[in-house]
Write a protein of this length. Structure first.
Length: 285
């Protein structure tokens, strides 16, 4: 196969270098090219004018559309995070710098925001850092868990007999995520999601109720809807062990070294929890 002509490669390279540069807060293209020449002049070398637009005005449309498309995908993938900031502040604080660092390299835009937590950990250091990171983690989990494939769940006929599988390593579906925080993030998220992002620019946030050891599980149900449920600390402790590939025997041994309240919770509820986990398809082997 013959290579593309040098002129075509040069034009494509120039075009990409222009449209991927961030637009300003008013969605305007940078008036200077990367070479230092005015865009109004440099664009004439590569683009013909139209009956109504000059060359630099024509490429500005592509520059705007590139960024509007990517930012819109981020808004859709990170809906709670956007509501914490509002569209403008989100774009300037997170959207543009994140997308400049992690430019799209896949035919699909679904995973566009998958590295936003990594970016925030390195670059976001404001007072609300912990909340912003937790909100981002949950947003990413919602998006990932909706698309990720499930494995065949652990199947038990009748009532679960844990003695038959006590030494069998178990893990969780990849659609399941676990959280332990010192506030009720998911009710806070639910209330914020009831309004559009710009609503929260002008109104106070809902109350974020604080409490020690708020444990939550996020999962995809059999109807492929994302659901969440606050769970006991002991249940979270055991599910975290299974998420790492623990056996029931290993989990029980680990439980013996915990405090009396945690042990009591597990002793009172373990059979019921195990039934729930298997019925909902959370466990796999």
């Amino acid at each position: 196969m013959s290579e593309a002509p040098d002129m075509l490669k040069e034009t494509q390279g120039w075009f990409a270098s222009i449209i991927t540069r961030p637009i300003d807060i008013n969605s305007k293209m940078n008036p200077m090219s990367p070479s230092g020449q005015a865009m109004a002049e440099e664009a004439k070398k590569y683009i013909l004018p139209s009956p109504t637009l000059e060359p630099h005005q024509r490429i500005e449309i592509y520059n705007q559309q590139y960024w509007w498309r990517l930012l819109t995908i981020l808004h859709e993938n990170l809906p709670h995070l956007v509501r914490l900031f509002g569209y403008t502040d989100f774009n300037q604080t997170i959207g543009f710098p994140y997308l400049c660092k992690y430019t799209p390299n896949s035919w699909s835009l679904n995973p566009l925001g998958n590295r936003v937590v990594e970016w925030l950990e390195k670059h976001y250091h404001e007072e609300d850092r912990k909340l912003v990171l937790n909100v981002a983690r949950v947003d990413v989990a919602y998006n990932d868990s909706f698309f990720i494939a499930e494995h065949p769940p652990l199947s038990i006929d009748g009532s679960p007999d844990m003695s038959q599988m006590i030494d069998q390593p178990l893990t969780l579906q990849p659609t399941v995520s676990l959280y332990r925080m010192n506030y009720h993030l998911f009710p806070f998220r639910t209330e914020m999601m009831n309004e559009e992002p710009e609503y929260w620019v002008e109104h106070s946030f809902p109350e974020l109720i604080k409490e020690e050891d708020v444990c939550t599980i996020l999962y995809r149900n059999k109807s492929h809807n994302m659901c969440w449920e606050e769970i006991d600390l002991a249940e979270h402790f055991l599910l975290t062990l299974f998420q790492k590939g623990s056996t029931i025997a290993e989990a029980c041994e680990s439980l013996e070294h915990q405090n009396a309240e945690l042990i009591h919770q597990a002793e009172e509820n373990l059979v019921g929890w195990f039934q729930k986990w298997t019925i909902r398809g959370w466990l796999i082997n």
